[in-house]
Design a protein around this ligand. Structure first.
Ligand SMILES: C[S@@+](CC[C@H](N)C(=O)[O-])C[C@H]1O[C@@H](n2cnc3c(N)ncnc32)[C@H](O)[C@@H]1O
Length: 279
């Protein structure tokens, strides 16, 4: 059979793929996502010269390094600069001023746990940089993690074009021109903002090791991919990287309301860590 004419994925292969998606990422996908899964895997299967989804599953089971490729393919990495304006209003007008007033000598520690290709992290960086200009002595460090190695390559590069900057370019022109340097066809984030940021691979189902005592964690638009029990697991893990009374920010179609978590509601999309009882 010609590898270009890959047959439709059968029910048994689909079920095996869905089990592996959950095993490697924690993402719960229904059989209704068959077309999406096929579209994501097909180019990889062709590139490997294989001729069926079953062959690919064998390949995945017998090649350790393929697991990361698989993760890169099955994750959805949609993001943009200044996504959800309400979050940035809270961060710049409420969180940063009150944190700075309470912690004059500390370095603000920020973690984005589903950083994708970096747009969210650099938005945080730009907001912190603007705050630093008005608050002498303010210092910050930002960590961006994601399970996909592919998006982190783009994040490290810090060069953007197209959809992810469209809104930023038109609705925030002054900041855009100040922080995004045109390089041929793309815009590159300014080096001083980049120097405050580190990226690393991290699966939210693992307890954070590097990210300890953060003052604020951005965990936006990733919980939606997990079932209720897995959301609770991830939120417990995330809480271990956060200071007592630290802040958690989630995505606009997410809520912690009916979950058992160590967080309490503060404002829409904003939660506060409940202090651990050390007694
Ligand atoms: C839709 S993007 C959200 C990006 C950004 N936070 C935003 O709101 O614009 C979701 C990201 O979560 C990541 N992701 C999915 N499962 C993950 C897991 N188990 N651990 C860490 N990251 C994960 C994906 O790779 C993807 O980049």
């Amino acid at each position: 059979m010609n590898s270009i004419d890959l047959e439709e994925m059968d029910q048994s292969s689909l079920e095996k793929v869905l089990v592996l998606v959950h095993k490697y990422t924690g993402i719960t996908m229904s059989v209704g996502k068959k077309t999406l899964i096929q579209g994501r895997l097909r180019p990889r299967i062709r590139k490997l010269g294989l001729s069926s989804y079953e062959q690919y599953l064998d390949y995945l089971n017998s090649h350790k390094n393929e697991a990361q490729e698989f993760v890169n393919l099955v994750t959805t990495n949609e993001t943009s600069f200044f996504r959800t304006q309400r979050v940035w209003d809270y961060f710049t007008k409420d969180f940063l001023p009150s944190w700075t007033a309470k912690n004059p000598k500390k370095t603000l520690k920020i973690w984005s746990g589903a950083a994708s290709s970096g747009e969210e992290i650099y938005t945080i960086g730009i907001c912190c940089e603007e705050h630093r200009l008005r608050n002498i002595g303010f210092n910050y460090q930002i960590m961006g993690t994601d399970i996909s190695s592919e998006v982190l390559v783009t994040a490290e590069l810090g060069e953007y074009s197209g959809r992810s900057i469209e809104n930023f370019k038109t609705s925030n022109r002054i900041l855009f021109e100040k922080y995004m340097e045109p390089i041929k066809e793309v815009y590159r984030i300014r080096a001083d903002v980049k120097s405050k940021i580190k990226f690393a691979i991290h699966n939210l189902f693992q307890i954070p090791v590097e990210q300890k005592n953060c003052d604020i964690i951005f965990l936006r638009n990733v919980l939606i991919y997990f079932d209720v029990k897995d959301q609770e697991k991830v939120l417990l893990n995330i809480s271990k990287g956060l200071m007592n009374d630290g802040i958690l920010i989630i995505g606009e179609s997410e809520s912690l309301n009916s979950l058992k978590t160590p967080f309490k509601y503060k404002l829409p999309l904003i939660y506060e860590k409940i202090e651990e009882d050390l007694g």
